[in-house]
Design a protein around this ligand. Sequence first.
Ligand code: 1GP
Length: 263
Amino acid sequence: MSTLDRLLQARRDGGPGQPAATGRPLAAGFWVLIDPDRHAPAEAARRAEAAQRAGADAILVGSSILISDNFAATVELVKRAASVPVLLFPGSTAQLSGDADAVLFLSLISGRNPELLIGQHVRAAPVIRSLGLEVIPTGYLLIESGTLTATEYMSDTKPIPRAKPDIAMAHALAAEYLGMRLVYLDAGSGARQPVPPEMIAACASYITLPIIVGGGIHDGAAAQAAVSAGASFIVVGNALERARGGALLGELAAAVHGAPIPA
Ligand code: 1GP
């Protein structure tokens, strides 16, 4: 079974082997993002293991900018520590490793920077092939978040305005028509405000692809709001870096898994 199918099945069947596994569908999947620059590889692995124990359905590894040389060792140790899928969420072609289960092959379709629409992909494709990595084509939409995020700065693109769900809808539909498998609505790491639930709901009712939502989700209430609006997968990174990590993991997992499933 492909990693994407595993992720979709975990959501549908309650995630076999997960603490949250109940045999009932999860409202959404809970993905924890680990930034290799933030921790030594062994600590990253410990965090991945704690996230999985708390109910995370996947671990993402990646960063919009990478200044350490921790990447390869982080993916290797995280993969050893976690039995849930380990996905690469690469900020550049330097962030590829055959130890992961799959790579989110992101095209930054909300921007008009050709390097991030196709340029990096051409360089990465042969490397990915030789690593034998599963590819998950993902339309990536950066959403205005109330602050200049690292993603916005590093990608040299303008985010979609928060109050313009119609623009997000059109981009999401274009991703679907281009044959992508997932759409990622991201307010960017460290966003002041998460993606507006109205925008998530507008996209979810307009396309059939599963929607990942991340950026600036700091508590169960924000996660639940995104899930109720129609997100299929929730990504949390920054908030879990803080001291409250342990309790917050449980709160987020419960909120993501237990929120009412949108009609
Ligand atoms: C960033 O969506 C991810 O690309 C996670 O964002 O670090 O703000 O949780 P946070």
